[in-house]
Unconditional design. Structure first.
Length: 99
């Protein structure tokens, strides 16, 4: 699976557990599963209607995927955590410059 071993997957799961907690992980998994089903459904629908131009299909598919990804539970929280981590990282880099 993506060239990841058991230890790497275990580490990723532990990090996710620490970030989101026990109660959020099932919701995130359910949302991710629903999103994957929607993406497959959209892809299959697009393959069935090949009479459209290829450029239009790709644009529609990408916008549908982006809309589906935005509906994943916990995604906004993850983005906020990433922004906060980047701010902390930039602050620590600035403080290192003054030492």
């Amino acid at each position: 699976m993506f060239g990841l071993g058991f230890q790497e997957l275990l580490l990723i799961l532990v990090i996710l557990f620490l970030l989101f907690g026990v109660r959020k992980l099932p919701e995130i998994g359910k949302g991710l599963g629903e999103t994957m089903r929607e993406i497959r459904k959209i892809r299959d629908e697009k393959k069935g209607g090949k009479e459209k131009e290829k450029g239009d299909q790709k644009g529609d598919l990408i916008s549908d995927i982006k809309k589906g990804v935005e509906e994943i539970p916990g995604l906004k929280e993850a983005r906020e955590i990433k922004k906060a981590a980047n701010k902390v990282k930039s602050i620590t880099n600035i403080t290192k410059l003054f030492k």
